[in-house]
Each structure stands twice: as structure tokens, then as C-alpha cells.
Design a protein around this ligand. Structure first.
Ligand SMILES: NC(=O)c1ccc[n+]([C@@H]2O[C@H](COP(=O)([O-])OP(=O)(O)OC[C@H]3O[C@@H](n4cnc5c(N)ncnc54)[C@H](OP(=O)(O)O)[C@@H]3O)[C@@H](O)[C@H]2O)c1
Length: 306
């Protein structure tokens, strides 16, 4: 597996497996198939509620393929548990932690205690004594710097090998570059040829921050935006690949790290088989020109105005 180097020297696989929503035996089978296909990076989050299943899937993998923990790059996230059923009033667009109004945040060391508890839970669920990369799931406005400070401490303690953000923009990075001690190593965002986010991605790159790409294949489900699907088809035919592989290759050629999710062993293998061809610069630029800032997930809904 090709890797890219984070600014702290840690090597990270240049493509990975998304795991939401995969649970139980299906996750066990997916992790095994993904490992055999060559995946070495797996992405999860505390609020996917599959960390424990992923830990069991990894134990199963180690039993069958040997203790390959050090070959794997595990990514998880610290969230405000936005969608946990029953914990929040239906329709309330906020999670239970990391908001000033939350009863959980009134204690003097609440942020420290909650971040540490979450990471201890992740370590226990994933059955590991370190996490390769931990991300703040959204830039929670009320406690953004405090959460980052706690993440820095976890990094210094060696519980996590790298720390980063998700769904963040220039202003979030600027805040941490001014006030944080350790610069984020990664920002995980949604991007595709229909939503290139060029400015934010280039800004982060200029500060040494790598971009991971979530939902990289969702645009396959979109209607034919200005012949986007036809153009993908044309490139797929030219290179003997499928449309998903063309999008994933576009990401990889941008220097980004996509994390496609699939539970289908054939698609899993195809999604990682993108290293035997190159898009020409004209094709690359043509794909970029489809951009219309079309966002699939409402990424800032949980943090309006931030
Ligand atoms: N940080 C964040 O805020 C955030 C937000 C959303 C997601 N994520 C992460 O990013 C991961 C990926 O995002 P995602 O799951 O939303 O979207 P995705 O990986 O772009 O797309 C997944 C969907 O595409 C299908 N698929 C997979 N390979 C395909 C191919 N080659 N051709 C056609 N269809 C294909 C999958 O179905 P099959 O399973 O049947 O193949 C599934 O329905 C998540 O699993 C999660 O780990 C992070």
C-alpha cells in the first residue's frame, strides 16, 4: 500500500476503508476482505456505534492473518454524539456534549473528562493501546480550542499517533495555528469533482495538513450533472476501469486520501485497484471543471455559522 507522510513523520496509507454503517458479522467479513484486498487504513467514529464491532472484527483478522495491528492504521473521531437515538430531543440539531448549554458540560473539567473518557472507550472497543489518528468530528464552536488542547495531550502521551479535524475550514486551522501547540495533521472533508473545495484544500496543504475524503463515491448516485456521469463513463472505458475508480483516482492524483465504504468484496477490491493508470492533466482538469460546490452531507448543520 502506498503511503503519504504526515507533517509529524507518521506514514498513512493513501486510501482507506469507510465503515459507516457497517456492523456485526458484516463488518467482520468486510474487514477481512478489505485486508486481503490490500486495505491498511480503516475509518470509524465514536458516533458510528461500531467501534466495538470493529474491535471484534480486528481480533478476528489477527486470529486469521496473524497480529497485523502494526500494519493497520486506525482512524476514529470524537463527536458530540449527534444522532444517538433517545439522547436528544427529536429534531434538535445538536448532540449531547461540547455545547455550553449541555448539562454534561457544566463541571469545571468537563471537556477534559469527556474527551479522555471517549478516547479510553475507543481504545477499549478497538482493543488497542494506541489509535493512529483521532479527529474532531466537527469544529464544535463552544469548545473548539479546549477539545484540541485535550487532543494535543493525548498525542503527547502517545495514545494517538496523529490528530486532526473534520469538516473544517481556513478559519478553524488559523485558530489552531495561532493558539494551539500542535498543528493538525489531517482534515477530513467531503469532496468530489462536483465539490472540489479547492481553496480550503489548498490552504490546508500550504500549512502541511493532508486532506482525507469522505463520501468519495456519493456523486455516482447523482443525476447526470452537465454530462458528469457520461464523462466518467468515457474515462472508465478508456482505462478499462469503472466510474468509481475514476473518481478515486482523481482524489489520489490530487494528493488526497479517499475512504470509500463498501461491504461488497468485489467493489472493495476494485476501489483500491487504482494505481495502474494515470489521468492526463487534461482529463484531471476536465473533471475539476465539473465543480459546482454540490455538498452531499450538510456538514455545518451541527455547527451553524462556525
Ligand atoms: N467525517 C465525517 O463527517 C464523515 C461523514 C460521512 C462519512 N464519513 C466516512 O467516510 C466513509 C465513506 O463515506 P460514505 O459511506 O458516505 O460514502 P462512499 O464511500 O462514497 O459511498 C458508499 C456507497 O457507495 C457504494 N459503493 C462503494 N463502492 C462502489 C463502487 N465502486 N461503485 C458504485 N457504488 C459503490 C456503497 O455500497 P456497497 O457497500 O453496497 O458497495 C455505498 O452505498 C464512511 O463510511 C465514513 O467512514 C465521514
Amino acid at each position: 500500500m502506498n503511503t503519504i507522510k504526515l507533517h509529524n513523520g507518521v506514514e498513512m496509507p493513501c486510501i482507506g476503508l469507510g465503515t459507516y454503517p457497517i456492523f456485526g458479522d458484516q463488518l467482520k467479513q468486510t474487514v477481512l476482505s478489505a485486508y486481503d484486498a490490500g486495505y491498511r487504513l480503516i475509518d470509524t467514529a465514536d458516533n458510528y456505534y461500531n467501534e466495538e464491532d470493529l474491535g471484534n472484527s480486528l481480533s478476528n483478522l489477527y486470529k486469521k492473518r496473524g497480529n497485523v495491528r502494526n500494519d493497520m492504521f486506525l482512524v476514529t473521531k470524537i463527536s458530540d454524539e449527534l444522532y444517538r437515538q433517545g439522547d436528544i430531543t427529536p429534531g434538535m440539531n445538536r448532540g449531547i456534549y461540547f455545547w455550553k448549554s449541555s448539562p454534561y458540560m457544566q463541571a469545571p473539567n468537563a471537556c477534559h473528562d469527556i474527551v479522555n473518557k471517549k478516547v479510553e472507550d475507543s481504545l477499549r472497543f478497538l482493543k488497542t493501546d494506541f489509535i493512529d489518528l483521532i479527529l474532531m468530528h466537527r469544529p464544535y464552536p463552544d469548545f473548539f480550542e479546549e477539545i484540541w488542547y485535550e487532543m494535543e495531550q493525548l498525542y503527547k502521551e502517545g495514545k494517538v499517533r496523529a490528530i486532526g479535524l473534520c469538516n473544517s475550514y481556513e478559519r478553524h486551522l488559523d485558530t489552531l495555528l495561532c493558539k494551539g501547540i500542535i498543528a493538525p495533521m489531517v482534515n477530513q472533508v467531503e469532496t468530489s469533482p462536483l465539490n472540489t473545495k479547492s481553496e480550503v484544500i489548498e490552504y490546508y496543504a500550504s500549512k502541511g495538513v493532508k486532506t482525507m475524503v469522505y463520501s468519495p463515491l456519493q456523486t455516482l448516485k447523482y443525476k447526470n450533472e452537465n454530462n458528469y456521469q457520461e464523462y466518467l463513463e468515457q474515462l472508465a472505458n478508456k482505462y478499462g476501469k469503472n466510474k468509481g475508480q475514476i473518481i478515486l483516482k482523481y482524489n489520489v492524483q490530487r494528493g488526497l486520501i479517499p475512504i470509500p465504504k463498501s461491504t461488497n468484496s468485489k467493489r472493495l477490491a476494485l476501489n483500491i485497484d487504482v494505481f495502474d493508470f494515470e489521468l492526463t492533466s487534461e482529463e484531471f482538469n476536465n473533471l475539476t471543471s465539473f465543480n459546482k460546490d454540490l455538498q452531499y452531507l450538510p456538514e455545518s448543520k451541527g455547527c451553524p455559522g462556525f
